[in-house]
Design a protein around this ligand. Structure first.
Ligand code: HEC
Ligand code: HEC
Length: 406
């Protein structure tokens, strides 16, 4: 009897010590390994060798100014910031972007953009700087030109001054080279947009250090959601690594047709080819990493474009987005068709298997999640967000530029 009381007492003390974790899951060795693979965070800052301006403060400053400059557009009214708004995690609240025309896709957030291998939902660009040229030239987006961008950098006194600080020879460059300079400066600026550490990262590091007390600070619901994410949900197969993306393209069973609400009845329906079209575009893009604007052709960044081939299965595939700081970037998916994270989770729960490629995503099955499981998964996804100050740093950079080159 006394022994029983002693054991019960010890159990009670142990239970009190981990009270918060009482309904938290226990992670086995395989799951622990998977969880640890989603860190550490933040990642090391590695310069982009294809961009000689990467990491250079003068370029970052010029890039921040250009990012908000509507004069890069044909009608003088649209800047990058029109669609990539700092207060929305550098994306926007609209489902589908509107430039000079309505686009088929949602503007992705730009936090952690530098960690990607392909840019755009279809990967039609293979560098951050080429992805920054695309919207300027696209007649549906900003409708600008190399000539107009070059004129601006040569003739606008503050911009010419900022460009001179980046490269003393800027004013004498050809139009295309100045366009590339502008895009590389904007890329250097976008490279500084990194999402903050989060509650998940604290948990992940506590798990790595076997610090059980610190682990209990991570809410049990988020822990259960994490167990689903790395376990039965198999989400981490595609959403892998510290940025929760394998950098590749998959079909997740969204409708092929572009939703054209508000179109007159009888308007022919269009299909978004996704990655299939993206591969065709990146191969012929004069600004790809095989072209003469790559500042380091030996950089490993140029390997993917050399080897990518277009396959039938690429139809309707889209890039796996990272999952950090999603809290600010609603709506979700390439077409902005999911208004909130709950709707995304319901999509994976109710997945239409008939819509999935026959040869494609054997990983995805309808998960048939209960309400409590959906709430857990949501708690986990929300724990990948934290307060961040990139909007304030953007304003500070622009103010600094105005001081240096009034
Ligand atoms: C009219 C709205 C609009 C404007 C203006 C715009 N973008 Fe975008 N941006 C988008 C959309 C939509 C996508 C997705 C494109 C796709 O998948 O084809 C995108 C994609 C990107 C990407 C790729 C991100 C990723 O995660 O793959 C980058 C980088 C980017 N834009 C930077 C810029 C810069 C720099 C400018 C200004 C020069 C700019 N954008 C102007 C709407 C816009
Ligand atoms: C087969 C690979 C794959 C698996 C498995 C997968 N995803 Fe995705 N996920 C994607 C792709 C691809 C997209 C973009 C789809 C699109 O827009 O067409 C996406 C989009 C998302 C988005 C929207 C992000 C944004 O910025 O719009 C969230 C959230 C998400 N997935 C969470 C999950 C969760 C939670 C699971 C597990 C239940 C999961 N994913 C499993 C590939 C996958």
């Amino acid at each position: 009897m006394r022994l029983f009381r002693l054991v019960a007492g010890c159990l009670l003390i142990a239970a009190a010590g981990f009270a918060q974790a009482a309904d938290a899951p226990v992670f086995d060795a395989a799951q622990t390994r998977r969880i640890l693979s989603h860190g550490p965070w933040p990642p090391e800052m590695v310069a982009d060798r294809s961009n000689r301006l990467s990491g250079r403060p003068e370029a970052i400053r010029l890039g921040a100014v250009l990012f908000g400059d509507t004069r890069l557009s044909g009608n003088g009214a649209i800047s990058c910031q029109s669609c990539h708004q700092p207060q929305h995690g550098w994306s926007e609240a609209r489902a589908r972007s509107e430039g000079l025309q309505r686009l088929d896709r949602n503007a992705p957030g730009l936090l952690n953009a530098r960690l990607q291998r392909w840019f755009g939902w279809d990967g039609a660009n293979d560098s951050l700087w080429a992805a920054s040229i695309r919207p300027i030239l696209a007649h549906t987006e900003m409708g600008g030109s190399a000539a107009a961008t070059a004129q601006l950098l040569r003739n606008d006194p503050p911009l010419a001054c900022l460009a001179r600080h980046v490269d003393p020879a800027a004013a004498a460059m050809e139009d295309a080279d100045l366009l590339v300079l502008a895009a590389k400066a904007m890329a250097a600026f976008q490279e500084t947009l990194v999402s903050p550490r989060t509650a998940f990262d604290d948990f992940r590091d506590a798990l790595a250090a076997s610090d059980r007390i610190a682990m209990t600070r991570y809410p049990a619901a988020a822990q259960r959601g994490l167990a689903l994410f790395t376990g039965r949900g198999q989400c981490g197969t595609c959403h892998s690594g510290p940025n929760f993306s394998n950098g590749e393209f998959h079909d997740t069973g969204l409708p092929f047709f572009i939703g054209d609400a508000g179109q007159p009845p009888g308007t022919p329906r269009r299909v978004d080819p996704g990655r299939h079209g993206g591969i065709a575009q990146v191969k012929v893009n004069p600004f790809n990493l095989l072209g003469r604007y790559n500042d380091d052709p030996s950089s490993p960044a140029a390997i993917p474009i050399r080897h990518v081939v277009q396959l039938h299965r690429n139809w309707g595939e889209f890039k796996v987005p990272g999952l950090r700081n999603l809290i600010a970037t609603a709506p979700y998916m390439h077409d902005g068709s999911k208004a909130d994270l709950h709707a995304v989770i319901r999509h994976y729960s109710d997945l239409d298997e008939d819509r999935l490629h026959a040869d494609g995503e054997a990983i995805l099955k309808p998960l048939n999640l209960g309400d409590a499981e959906m709430a857990d998964l949501l708690a986990f996804l929300e724990s990948l967000s934290g307060p961040e100050d990139s909007a304030a740093r953007y304003q500070a950079l622009r103010a600094e530029a105005a001081r240096v080159c009034p």
